[in-house]
Structures are given as structure tokens and as C-alpha cells.
Design a binder for this molecule. Structure first.
Ligand SMILES: C[S@@+](CC[C@H](N)C(=O)[O-])C[C@H]1O[C@@H](n2cnc3c(N)ncnc32)[C@H](O)[C@@H]1O
Length: 410
């Protein structure tokens, strides 16, 4: 499948071969397609603070570069009226994705074997989702410039790179195996892991993960290349590519880890106010530093510097949420489950999209489309401060917590 035009850089060949030997992540256990085709576009707009649902069109053109095995298919199913291009340098990951797409049916998905470095797109996509990819390349800034060029001026980039504080033991081990002279040799890396009798953070993690399945162990401990960032360093990288970080994005992984709020728990009202007064990116960096290993994944929405739409801060998104009349997500979704020996099979009956809103059950129940969220919170006898309000907004109205949509939603 690889042609002269799509061959990419020498490193893209290395990383493509690595992820063809160790495709990661493996097939997800569950795939779903909502019956409301505009649901996830609306939820993305909402996470960006746009409760009119115009930022992300439901018939968007979407690019998922470095899509791996699942991400392009998950995206195509979530946005059935969009056209989705998934690209990767790993032939095997693309083959696995195509096989799954064939089983569930995703006519709006096109897969391309293509490196980001030489990708030809200009002002083309409404949405680009690139998560866990550019940090596996020696020049992530160059790739980010390709992603920025591919965005329409008002387009949205969903970007995730590794957080410095999450990766120290892994990058240290990767570097050590490279110096020992057996890079990307899983057998050798696992031998080193089994033999190592040290103590401390790295040793403990290694002991816990040394028997993980090869594909998982390889992605974490053996990667040919890994760069890591702080919020500030990512902000600089983005600025160098003509981009600006816009808003945090809660991923399913962030939700599962329980670390997705860019807030520092502080038992001091004045200090909390001081933090709230900071520019968002500075506040996220303070959180990054103080929360340290518990700080969230660096998973953000970014926009082109010349984006004509007004740019808001998180506090403005919270106010917009309070002013919005919202209603419970009622959409059902078709579901496919991965069988024990591979292959997806459909569930007989559709499932309810979203599931249980947990601690915000009362808020979701009271949001019946008849009054603003400010009035809903009053009816629920909740008077959240700024941090609690942000948490509430995040946990009821975003793609990771799909419980409420603005009333005019499709
Ligand atoms: C850790 S996986 C993440 C896959 C997917 N983005 C996800 O979140 O599930 C990284 C993927 O990025 C791909 N990749 C890395 N560098 C790339 C590049 N320069 N161009 C295209 N794909 C790349 C790899 O082949 C691999 O499939």
C-alpha cells in the first residue's frame, strides 16, 4: 500500500513498522453509533462553550491522523453524517481498522496509509483529531504545522501529547534499552524488565507491567521515540505552529483515570480567586505543576491563531452554560461488542446513549428543556462556586459525559 508519495519520512517508516508489529491500542471492546446523528457534534460544540451548536457541523469533514486501530472508526460511527479520513503509517493498524469497519458498516470512513509530515491537506477540515501521535516523532512541531495547515480557518483541533509528569519512568527505560543497543526488541526489553532488581518508581511500575501483553508493553516501554510536555511547553509548540490552546477536552481515558479537571483543590478562598483570575493557559500550567503526577492528560482543543470566531475563557463557558436551556439526551445507539475470538457482533437492541449521570442525577432529571441551567441549579438547591460549576458543566454536557444538550439541539 505504501507508495512513493505516501512513504513519508525515514522516522515515519520506523514508527509505522513498530506499530504494525505492535498495533496499539488493540480493538476496543465496544463500538456504538448514536441514532441522533448530530449528538456528538453538539457535545463537542458544548465543550468549546458554544451552546448554539455551530462550532462543529454535523456534516463536518474530519481528519484523524495517526488513527491507529480504532479512533477513525469510532469517530465515523459517532458522526454518521460527517466524512472521516483516517490516516496512519502503520499498515497493520489500518488493516485492523478496515476489517472492523467492514463488520459494523461505516460508509463515511476512508482510510489512507499516509504520514503526517507530508500530508497534502490545506484549509480542508472542520475537525482534526490527533491524539497520542505527534509525540512519537522527533519533530512534533513540524507535524503540528501540517495539522494546522489542514484545518479550515475556524476549524477545531483535538490534540493530545504526553504529560512530562506521567512519563518519566517510561522515557528513562526506553532510553536505557536504546543505549544497551537493542531498540524495539520486545524480547530483550522484557528480559531487562524481568532481570531488573532496582527499587523506586521505575522499578515498581516495571514489576507491575512487565507481564502485560506485548502490544501494550511495547507502546509504553519500548517506543522508538517519545517526547513529553508541560502545558506551557505545549502552548509554545502550538504557537510555533500558528495554533492556540483553546479548551480542555475530557477523553474517555481521562474520565476512566478520574483526572480531567484543571483545578487545584485549595482550602483558601482568596487563593482560589487568585487562580480564577489567571489566564486559562497559565492556570492550567499551575495545575500541571501542583497536581504533578495527578495532573490531567494534556488533551486539549486548539484553534488556528487567525480563527475569526471570538475566543472565550473557561469562566465565560461556565456562564454560557448557566444561561442555556438544556434537555436530557434521549438518543439511543446501536452497539457492537468484540467477540472473544475477535470480530464485532451487534447487540440485538439499541442501548441508551450516555448512561447514568451519577452524582448529577438530580440536575439532569430537572433539566427538562423548560428553564435555564441557572434555574435548574436553583431548583436542585445547588449553589456551586466557580470550580464546582466547571466540574458540573464538564460532567453533564460534554462528549465524555453525554447527558444534556441545549434545547434547540437536533
Ligand atoms: C499510540 S497510537 C494512537 C492511535 C490513536 N490516535 C488513538 O488514540 O487510539 C499512535 C499511532 O500514531 C501513528 N503515527 C505515529 N506517527 C505518525 C506519523 N508521523 N504519521 C502518521 N501516523 C503516525 C502510529 O503508527 C500509531 O498507529
Amino acid at each position: 500500500m505504501r507508495t512513493a508519495e505516501t512513504a513519508g519520512t525515514e522516522h515515519e517508516r520506523v514508527i509505522g513498522d513498530f506499530y504494525s508489529e505492535f498495533p496499539y491500542p488493540w480493538h476496543v471492546t465496544r463500538l456504538a453509533r448514536p441514532h441522533d446523528p448530530g449528538l456528538y457534534a453538539a457535545l463537542i460544540s458544548q465543550e468549546l462553550g458554544d451552546f448554539t451548536h455551530t462550532r462543529m457541523p454535523r456534516d463536518a469533514r474530519i481528519w484523524v491522523p495517526g488513527c491507529g486501530v480504532n479512533q477513525a472508526l469510532i469517530t465515523a460511527l459517532r458522526h454518521p453524517e460527517a466524512t472521516v479520513v483516517g490516516s496512519d503509517v502503520s499498515e497493520e493498524s489500518l488493516r485492523m481498522c478496515a476489517a472492523a469497519a467492514e463488520q459494523v458498516g461505516a460508509p463515511n470512513l476512508e482510510l489512507r496509509e499516509e504520514g503526517i509530515a507530508g500530508a497534502p491537506y490545506r484549509d480542508e477540515f472542520d475537525y482534526v483529531a490527533c491524539t497520542g501521535v505527534i509525540h512519537h516523532n522527533p519533530d512534533p512541531g513540524a507535524l503540528l504545522r501540517s495539522l494546522a495547515a489542514a484545518l479550515k480557518p475556524a476549524g477545531v483541533l483535538e490534540l493530545m501529547v504526553y504529560n512530562d509528569f506521567h512519563r518519566r519512568e517510561f522515557t528513562a527505560f526506553q532510553e536505557a534499552t536504546r543505549l544497551i543497543g537493542r531498540p524495539q526488541d520486545i524480547w530483550y526489553a522484557k528480559r531487562l524488565a524481568a532481570a531488573f532488581q532496582g527499587e523506586g518508581l521505575l522499578a515498581e511500575r516495571l514489576r507491575a507491567e512487565k507481564d502485560d501483553p506485548d502490544v501494550q508493553f511495547a507502546d509504553t516501554w519500548l517506543n522508538p521515540c517519545e517526547r513529553t510536555y508541560s502545558v506551557a511547553a505545549l502552548g509554545d509548540l502550538a504557537a510555533g505552529a500558528g495554533l492556540a490552546l483553546e479548551a480542555p477536552c475530557v477523553s474517555p481515558l481521562g474520565r476512566a483515570l478520574g483526572t480531567y479537571m484543571w483545578e487545584v483543590p485549595l482550602a483558601d478562598d482568596r487563593l482560589r480567586e487568585r487562580l480564577e483570575d489567571l489566564d486559562d493557559q497559565v492556570r492550567w500550567q499551575v495545575c500541571n505543576l501542583l497536581l504533578f503526577d495527578r495532573s490531567p492528560l494534556l488533551w486539549f482543543y486548539a484553534r488556528r491563531a487567525g480563527n475569526p470566531l471570538p475566543r472565550s475563557q473557561e469562566a465565560a463557558r461556565d456562564r454560557a452554560f448557566l444561561d442555556t436551556v438544556m434537555t436530557r439526551v434521549e438518543s439511543e445507539e446501536d452497539v457492537w461488542i468484540l467477540g472473544p475470538s475477535g470480530g464485532y457482533r451487534p447487540l440485538e437492541r439499541p442501548a441508551r446513549a450516555g448512561g447514568d449521570p451519577g452524582e448529577f442525577h438530580d440536575v439532569v432529571a430537572l433539566a427538562d428543556g423548560s428553564r435555564s441551567m441557572r434555574d435548574v441549579l436553583a431548583a436542585a438547591e445547588r449553589t456551586p462556586g466557580p470550580q464546582a460549576l466547571r466540574r458540573l458543566r464538564t460532567m453533564v454536557s460534554t462528549p465524555a459525559f453525554p447527558y444534556l444538550v441545549a434545547r434547540h439541539a437536533t
